[in-house]
Design a protein around this ligand. Structure first.
Ligand SMILES: Nc1ncnc2c1ncn2[C@@H]1O[C@H](COP(=O)(O)OP(=O)(O)OP(=O)(O)O)[C@@H](O)[C@H]1O
Length: 268
């Protein structure tokens, strides 16, 4: 465990976050009293069963859902609305508009902001596409790209606004196992190369261990913190190893076998 002064500077912090939805049947509490901290360049994965509030937390960090209580800060400033510093990458990268080229898709957020000259939009778009290695397909349409290239385009679209915080909500959930593994690896390469800070949601334990430098485990509805785990020393070389399998089993028990929690938490 690092002393607080050795931790990388905080990028995202939630402090006793509680999230609720008003419905016709009354108030639904989705998340209760969840606190976590994501440092510069860290990848924190929110992991928990369906309905525990992972997407709600992501939405609230993005600025689309106001806390019922508690605070969210990004680089020390309270989040009150969406901002260009943090971008959401949705499932299967389906925010890419099929009728626009890769270049047009990536420049789209800059056009919406509407403050930049055409030449600057062009320069920034091309720089973002070069960063993710897509300069060759700038003028292609999304349906002609591989899954990996679509992911790169979606990330370029986030980076073009100078966002250095990416929020990803189960981006690989609907993909076949092989493509999923390939995209997980690509995401890790990009994260290392570009150094963005990542908040990632999944309900796959293996994916969480592979992608995350930290896991934040949530209990079933309403989501409360079970524990946080440091998984920085697990990487792609551990895929299929006994070490990863053993951690994966422990995480499974923490999530789904409350009776096992006490023993496990005593030695993690
Ligand atoms: N717009 C909404 N209105 C009312 N209730 C909602 C709304 N969105 C989510 N909820 C409820 O909040 C709880 C948490 O939902 P959320 O989608 O955040 O969970 P999740 O952990 O991301 O689930 P999954 O893994 O299935 O995507 C659920 O009980 C859900 O029914």
């Amino acid at each position: 465990m690092l002393a607080r002064e050795q931790l990388p500077p905080a990028v995202i912090e939630t402090d006793h976050l509680t999230l609720e939805y008003a419905t016709d049947a009354g108030v639904v509490r989705a998340v209760e009293d969840v606190s976590f901290r994501v440092g510069e360049g860290e990848r924190l994965v929110l992991l928990g069963p369906s309905g525990c509030g992972k997407s709600s937390i992501l939405k609230s960090v993005a600025g689309f859902l106001k806390p019922a209580s508690g605070v969210i800060r990004v680089r020390g400033t309270e989040v009150k609305s969406p901002g260009p510093d943090r971008m959401v990458v949705f499932q299967e990268f389906d925010q890419l508009l099929p009728w626009k080229t890769v270049r047009q898709n990536v420049e789209f957020p800059l056009r919406i902001v509407g403050k930049l000259a055409r030449s600057e939009i062009r320069e920034r778009t091309e720089a973002a596409l070069r960063k993710v290695g897509l300069e060759r397909v700038m003028d292609s349409y999304p349906h002609t790209l591989s899954g990996g290239m679509k992911q790169r385009a979606a990330i370029a679209r986030a980076l073009v606004t100078d966002a250095d915080v990416l929020l990803m909500d189960e981006p690989f959930a609907a993909l076949d196992a092989l493509t999923r593994t390939q995209l997980q690896t690509e995401l890790l390469d990009l994260a290392q190369e570009l150094g963005f800070t990542l908040l990632f949601v999944t309900h796959s334990i293996d994916e969480a261990i592979l992608i995350g430098t930290k896991l934040h485990l949530l209990s079933p509805h309403p989501g409360r913190t079970i524990t946080s785990l440091d998984t920085d020393d697990f990487g792609r070389e551990d895929i299929g190893s006994a070490r990863l399998e053993s951690l994966s089993r422990e995480v499974h028990d923490l999530l789904f076998a409350p009776s096992a929690r006490k023993d496990i938490l005593e030695h993690v």
